[in-house]
Unconditional design. Structure first.
Length: 725
C-alpha cells in the first residue's frame, strides 16, 4: 500500500506527466501525418478533411490510455508502487486508528436483500479487524417505493439484531430527494458529518474488506492534505455471460491501466463516486454543488457528480489520491447489454453536462482534463461512427464515379491514380498496436507469474478467456457505438433521463425486448453491408468487424444475458477471475448472507397496516413533524383500513409519512380485528409491554422508540456553502 505523507516523490509530477504526454504527442502526430498522406494521395476533398479531423480526435483519446497502460504494465512488471516508486510490498501490520469514520451507503429503491447482505459482509469483515469501534454505518435512503421503504426499515432492524450493531448501524430516509445521490450525501454531511473525520461512500452493490477500510482511514489520518483516497473497485459476483466477460476484462486489464493513471495523476487523481474515503471537512467546504443554469439535460442538477467533486476538492487545496494496489474493494456490473446501456445513458447526460464546467474558475488543469475525457468517452462514439460513415461514403463515391484521369482545362497526359500502401498499412498497424498491445502484455505478464496465472485458472484458461473476451468485445463495440451516438444525439436534442432504480440482479433479456432495443442496430448493419457489397465489394472486409456486431446484436443480447450460458462458460474455464477461483472472505460472507436472506419475507405497506410491531417500528423512525394531524391524511387512513389495495403509490407514501394517520389506521384496524376475535371468543393479542400495540397514543408511540435501536446518532452538523462555477 502506498504511504501518502512524507512522500515528496509522489508530488513531483512534472516528469511523470512528461513521460505520458510526450510519447502520446509523438504518436498522435505520426498517426495524423500518415493518415493525411493516405487521404491526400490523389486529392484532398472536404470529406477527407473531415475524416482527418475526426481521426485525430479519436486517435488522440485512445493514445493517452495506451501510454498510461504501458506505464502501468512497466510498474507492475518491476513491482513498483506507482506513487512512491519503491518496491511494492505486502500491506504489513494493520495500523491503529485515532479518528472516527462513517461508512455511508446512499440507496434508491434497491434490492433490500442485496443492500443489507453487502452491509453485513462488510460489517463482519471490519469486526474481525478489532477496529470496529472507530466506524459507524449509515444507510441513507432516498427510496420512493412504499413497499421497499417498509422492507428497508425491517431489514435494518433485523441487521442491528443479527450483527449486534445497535447504536452503530443507522438508517435515515429523507422525504425530499433533492440532488439525488449527491444531495443525499450532502444532507448527511450537513447533519452528522462533524462527528467524523472521514466517510467511506459505498454503492448499493459495494463490498469492502475490513482491512481495506482500516487502511483507508489510516491513509487519511497520515496525510493531512488528502481530501479523497480512491480504491480500485473490482467487478465480481455476476453470472451471466455478458457480465462474466466484462468481469474478466476489468480484472485482467483494469489494474495496469489504473496503475498507470495513478502514476501520472498523483495527487490530482479522480473519484469514482464509491469505494473511496473522503475527508468530511473537505467535502463540506468544497462540494456544495450548484445547479447549472438552464433546463435539463445540460442544465439543472449535476448528474455525474463524482468527477466534479474531485475537481472541486482539488480546487480547495486538497489532494485526491488513487491507490490501485489496495485490495479488498468490489462492485457489481449490469448483467446484460441493455441494462449496461441504460446505465450509460445516465452517465452520458451527466458527463455532457461537464462541458458547462470546463471553464469554471480555479480548477486544476488535470481536473478539467478528467471532465474533458469523461465527455470524450461518449462523444468518441459519434466521432467513430462519423469516421466510418465518411470513409464508406468516400469509397462508394470513388467506386461509382471512378478516377478522373484528366483535370479540368487542357492536359496532354492523364493523371494516373496513386496508391500509398505503406502509409495505409502503417496507420492500420499503429491502430492495432494501440488497441491490442496493452491487452497482450497484460496477458503475458500474468502468464509469467505463477500465482497470478493460477488465480485466473491456469495458463490455458487465461489465454482462452483473453481470446474469447477479445472476440466478444469486437462484436459489442459497434453496438455500444450506436447506443452512445444515440445518447449524445438525444441529449443535444434536449431529451432528459429519469432517475430510476438500477437492476442489480442477473436479469435475462427476452427476444422481444432485444428486438425492440437492437432491431434498429441490425437494420443499420444490414443496409450498410448491402451498400458496400453492391457498390464497393472490395471494401467489405474492412467494415465487416463493424457490421457483424450490428447484425449479431439481437442474438448476442439474448444469449449473453443468460445465467445458463455464463455458467457453461465457467464450466469450460472461460472468463475465470481470481474472485471465482479463490473467493475472498468478504465475498464468501456476502454469498452466505444472501443465502440466509433469500427466504426471508420482504414486508411491504400492507404488512405494516396489519402488523402492530411493524407499525410501531415505522412510527419510531418518523420525525416529530409527522405527528401533526391532517384531515386529508386522516381520511386517507380511513380509506386504507377499508381498502388498502386501492391506494396508489403516492397515497401510500403520504400515509407512511404521517405517524398520526398511521396510528388512526392502526387503531381502526385493531378495532376490526378485536371485534372479529371477540366474535370467535379469542383472546386479544398483547404487546411486549402489556399494552395493545395498535392503540398506543401518539405520545406513547414516540416513547416506544426505546424498543428499537436508535435510527440516527445525535446531530453534528457541518456547513456546506454552494460552490461557484
Amino acid at each position: 500500500m502506498s504511504k501518502l505523507p512524507g512522500n515528496p516523490e509522489a508530488l513531483r509530477t512534472g516528469w511523470r506527466r512528461a513521460l505520458l504526454f510526450l510519447p502520446a504527442l509523438v504518436t498522435v502526430t505520426a498517426g495524423v501525418v500518415l493518415m493525411a498522406q493516405v487521404l491526400g494521395t490523389n486529392s484532398f476533398s472536404a470529406a477527407e478533411a473531415a475524416i482527418l479531423v475526426v481521426f485525430a480526435a479519436s486517435f488522440g483519446w485512445i493514445t493517452l490510455s495506451f501510454w498510461a497502460a504501458l506505464i502501468g504494465l512497466g510498474l507492475r512488471a518491476l513491482r513498483r508502487d506507482p506513487l512512491t516508486l519503491k518496491a511494492a510490498r505486502e500491506d504489513g501490520e494493520l495500523p491503529t486508528l485515532r479518528t472516527r469514520t462513517a461508512i455511508v451507503m446512499p440507496i434508491y429503491s434497491e434490492d433490500t436483500r442485496r443492500v443489507f447482505a453487502g452491509l453485513a459482509a462488510t460489517y463482519r469483515s471490519l469486526q474481525a479487524t478489532s477496529r470496529l469501534a472507530h466506524f459507524d454505518f449509515f444507510v441513507l435512503s432516498d427510496t420512493t417505493n412504499p413497499d421497499i421503504w417498509v422492507a428497508e426499515e425491517v431489514f435494518w432492524r433485523d441487521a442491528c439484531d443479527d450483527l449486534d450493531a445497535g447504536g452503530r448501524l443507522f438508517y435515515r430516509r429523507r422525504n425530499d430527494n433533492f440532488g439525488r445521490k449527491a444531495g443525499n450525501i450532502a444532507d448527511w454531511v450537513k447533519s452528522w458529518g462533524g462527528a467524523y473525520e472521514g466517510m467511506v461512500v459505498l454503492d448499493a452493490d459495494s463490498v469492502m474488506a475490513g482491512e481495506t477500510l482500516v487502511r483507508l482511514a489510516a491513509a487519511l489520518e497520515a496525510d493531512p492534505g488528502a481530501g479523497i483516497v480512491q480504491t480500485l473497485p473490482l467487478a465480481a459476483n455476476r453470472e451471466t455471460l455478458f457480465a462474466r466477460a466484462l468481469q474478466f476484462a476489468t480484472r485482467l486489464y483494469g489494474p495496469p491501466l489504473a496503475t498507470g493513471h495513478a502514476f501520472w495523476q498523483a495527487g490530482e487523481s479522480n473519484y469514482f463516486g464509491h469505494n473511496a474515503i473522503i475527508r468530511t471537512r473537505a467535502f463540506a467546504a468544497c462540494c456544495g454543488l450548484p445547479e447549472l443554469t438552464g433546463a435539463p439535460p445540460l442544465g439543472g442538477e449535476i448528474l455525474s457528480h463524482d468527477f466534479v467533486e474531485a475537481a472541486f476538492i482539488r480546487r480547495g487545496g486538497w489532494r485526491v489520491w488513487m491507490l490501485p494496489e489496495l485490495r479488498g474493494s468490489w462492485e457489481e456490473l449490469p448483467s446484460n447489454i441493455i441494462d449496461y446501456a441504460v446505465r450509460d445513458r445516465r452517465w452520458a447526460q451527466g458527463n455532457l453536462q461537464h462541458t458547462r464546467l470546463l471553464g469554471a474558475r480555479g480548477l486544476h488543469w488535470v481536473g478539467r482534463l478528467h471532465m474533458a475525457m469523461g465527455v470524450l468517452a461518449f462523444v468518441a462514439s459519434p466521432l467513430w461512427l462519423l469516421l466510418l460513415l465518411l470513409s464508406s461514403a468516400v469509397v462508394v463515391q470513388q467506386a461509382v464515379t471512378g478516377h478522373s484521369y484528366f483535370v479540368p482545362g487542357y492536359s496532354l497526359f492523364p493523371v494516373w491514380p496513386e496508391y500509398r500502401p505503406a502509409q495505409t498499412y502503417a496507420v492500420l498497424a499503429m491502430t492495432a498496436v494501440i488497441l491490442f498491445l496493452p491487452k497482450l502484455l497484460a496477458v503475458l505478464l500474468t502468464l509469467a507469474r505463477r500465482e497470478e496465472r493460477r488465480a485466473f485458472g491456469g495458463g490455458a484458461r487465461l489465454i482462452a478467456g483473453a481470446v474469447g473476451e477479445l472476440l466478444f468485445s469486437m462484436l459489442l463495440a459497434p453496438v455500444m457505438m450506436l447506443f452512445h451516438s444515440t445518447f449524445v444525439l438525444t441529449v443535444l436534442l434536449g431529451r432528459t433521463v429519469g432517475w430510476g432504480a438500477q437492476p442489480r440482479d442477473d436479469r435475462g433479456v427476452d427476444w422481444a425486448d432485444a428486438t425492440q432495443r437492437h432491431g434498429g442496430h441490425a437494420a443499420i448493419g444490414a443496409v450498410w453491408a448491402s451498400a458496400i457489397f453492391w457498390f464497393a465489394p472490395a471494401f467489405l472486409p474492412w467494415v465487416a468487424p463493424v457490421v457483424l456486431g450490428m447484425l449479431a446484436a439481437i442474438p448476442m443480447a439474448v444469449l449473453s444475458s443468460r445465467v445458463a450460458t455464463g455458467r457453461m462458460a465457467r464450466r469450460l474455464g472461460l472468463f475465470l477471475t481470481p474472485e471465482e477461483v479463490a473467493p475472498p472472505v468478504e465475498l464468501r460472507l456476502l454469498a452466505a448472507e444472501l443465502d440466509r436472506l433469500a427466504h426471508r419475507k420482504l414486508p411491504g405497506f400492507l404488512d405494516l397496516l396489519r402488523d402492530e410491531r411493524l407499525s410501531r417500528l415505522h412510527g419510531s423512525l418518523l420525525g416529530s413533524e409527522s405527528r401533526e394531524k391532517d384531515s386529508d391524511l386522516l381520511a386517507l387512513a380511513a380509506r386504507a383500513v377499508a381498502d388498502a389495495d386501492g391506494l396508489n403509490s403516492l397515497e401510500r407514501l403520504r400515509l407512511l409519512g404521517s405517524a398520526a394517520a398511521l396510528q388512526t389506521a392502526a387503531q381502526s384496524a385493531a378495532r376490526e380485528r378485536r371485534v372479529e376475535r371477540e366474535a370467535r371468543a379469542a383472546v386479544a393479542a398483547v404487546g411486549p409491554d402489556g399494552l395493545d400495540c395498535a392503540v398506543l397514543p401518539v405520545a406513547t408511540l414516540a416513547a416506544s422508540c426505546s424498543l428499537f435501536p436508535p435510527a440516527v446518532p445525535p446531530l453534528s452538523p457541518l456547513e456546506m456553502p454552494q460552490q461557484r462555477v
